[in-house]
Write a protein that binds this ligand. Structure first.
Ligand code: DGL
Length: 302
């Protein structure tokens, strides 16, 4: 993180020599809707003293079925709203945005930005190696994601940057986002949808399955159960949230922008672009605890 100096909590830190950020400033996190709260949960476990502002673009969810151009435009709007709130770094808690817009955001905005695909790929390779060692055979890496994430080939590329030992088989699973947004997490309908999406992955001999969408961890037990039924053995399920939080910890240490752990417990602020009441009602499931009040905001046109 070039240009960042000083590490005293609450100090003003020159950022890339242009504008100042404070280590006591919040982290900005965004996704299309509720899914990114799975990353917020992991961030709060890893960095309890950090303040977080979360934006769920509920007026425009889902992102995963839209064109890359549209997702880039939406992502710019979310980043601007959070930067206006003086965040010290951005966490893109959305695989679709991380897959198609991360480079654009990094080029256009002058602050550290972490996505979820690289950490997810890292966690997938570690899990695939462990699974291969356990059964003595190296198998493939399966990725469930939105159509945008799968079409971008971002996971095969991210895995290939780490190792050439695994082939990555992607499968778009567009129905899973609305099921999660609806809170429809078990029973016949999610089981049938998950089965349809998993069958080709299991037939392709995947040794691990990556949840390549931040909504999918809510369906993890259904996915694990159906994968085990289809494969006749347990298939490790990889969720990028914890790996992303670890990457954010590293980024903040490198940039020396972490808040002092001796400071008070960090606050979470929740912003949405539509339907704050239903977001609040569902947020608890994602956060694992009562959600704070949710504020509705407008995004600037663009
Ligand atoms: N949760 C997001 C992702 O990880 C977006 C899902 C969507 O809006 O389609 O891709």
């Amino acid at each position: 993180m070039d240009g960042l100096v000083a590490s005293v909590s609450g100090s003003t830190l020159p950022h890339r020599g242009q504008h100042a950020v404070s280590s006591s400033a919040p982290l900005g996190v965004f996704d299309s809707g509720l899914g990114g709260l799975t990353v917020v949960r992991a961030l709060r476990e890893a960095l309890a003293f950090e303040n977080i502002v979360y934006l769920g673009d509920t007026a425009r969810v889902p992102y995963g079925t839209r064109s890359a151009e549209t997702v880039i435009r939406y992502a710019r709007g979310c980043a601007r709203v959070l930067i206006e709130r003086s965040v010290k770094a951005l966490v893109v808690a959305c695989n679709t945005v991380s897959a198609v817009a991360l480079d654009v955001l990094r080029a256009e905005f002058d602050l550290p930005i972490v996505g979820v695909v690289e950490p997810g790929a890292f966690a997938a390779v570690a899990a695939a190696e462990a699974a291969g060692l356990a059964c003595g055979v190296m198998s493939n890496v399966g990725v469930l994601g939105t159509p945008g994430t799968i079409a971008s080939l971002s996971y095969p590329r991210a895995v290939a940057r780490l190792t050439t030992r695994f082939e990555v088989i992607g499968r778009a699973a567009p129905l899973l986002v609305p099921l999660v947004e609806e809170g429809w997490l078990d029973g016949d309908v999610p089981t049938l949808a998950v089965r349809r999406y998993l069958e080709p992955l299991i037939q392709a001999n995947v040794g691990v399955i990556v949840l390549g969408c931040t909504h999918y961890p809510l369906l993890k037990s259904t996915i694990a159960r159906v994968a085990a039924e289809l494969a006749g053995r347990d298939v490790p399920i990889v969720d990028s949230a914890v790996a992303t939080a670890q990457e954010v910890v590293r980024m903040m240490a490198d940039g020396r922008i972490a808040r002092n752990p001796a400071d008070a417990v960090g606050e979470l602020r929740l912003l949405v672009t539509d339907l704050p009441e239903s977001f609040h009602a569902s947020a608890r499931r994602f956060l694992g605890q009562q959600a704070p009040a949710v504020t509705a905001i407008d995004l600037p046109p663009g």
